[in-house]
Design a binder for this molecule. Structure first.
Ligand code: FES
Length: 156
């Protein structure tokens, strides 16, 4: 009974917070942490191990300080590949979206221009893939990327 009352009160608190006029302030405190948007098929195609992102269909990526991710399988062995694309002030970059510590995905921190692991370890990497903070000790794999008109082309 007490437990039920506790959860009922928590529900009220949660609702109050989400309706709170200072909600944006709370987001601000969280820093400018960009959770990559997962692209859907149609926004990109994979052919001959090359990923081509259509910027007209994934047009949010035309803005600076945005990030997208693509998870796809390749070949007969169905190897799973994860790509992270970020658009920073210095342009587009693509990474293997896998923390070198334990394989977790990454988020993009725009304030410090780094990538941060989503695990509790929170390894951090600069935009050249170099480790800034462990526990990861290996650098991130950067994927070759080029831009052609309204497409980003990413090589495995
Ligand atoms: S998986 Fe990234 S810090 Fe452990």
């Amino acid at each position: 009974m007490k437990r039920r009352l506790f959860f009922r009160k928590c529900g009220v608190i949660t609702t109050t917070i989400s309706l709170c006029p200072f909600e944006n302030f709370a987001i601000e405190l969280d820093g400018n942490k960009i959770t990559p948007t997962k692209l859907s098929e149609g926004q990109y195609i994979v052919k001959n191990e090359i990923v081509r992102v259509d910027l007209n269909k994934a047009d949010f990526l035309k803005s600076v300080n945005t990030a997208a991710k693509i998870n796809y399988t390749l070949g007969k062995k169905k190897s799973k590949l994860k790509v992270l694309i970020i658009h920073s002030n210095s342009g587009y970059k693509a990474f293997e979206n896998r923390c070198t510590h334990g394989g977790m995905e990454l988020k993009y921190l725009t304030d410090t221009e780094e990538l941060r692991c989503t695990s509790f370890g929170h390894s951090r990497f600069d935009l050249n893939g170099n480790v800034r903070k462990g526990p990861a000790s290996k650098n991130l794999k950067i994927l070759k990327l080029s831009q052609e008109d309204q497409s980003l082309i990413i090589y495995k």
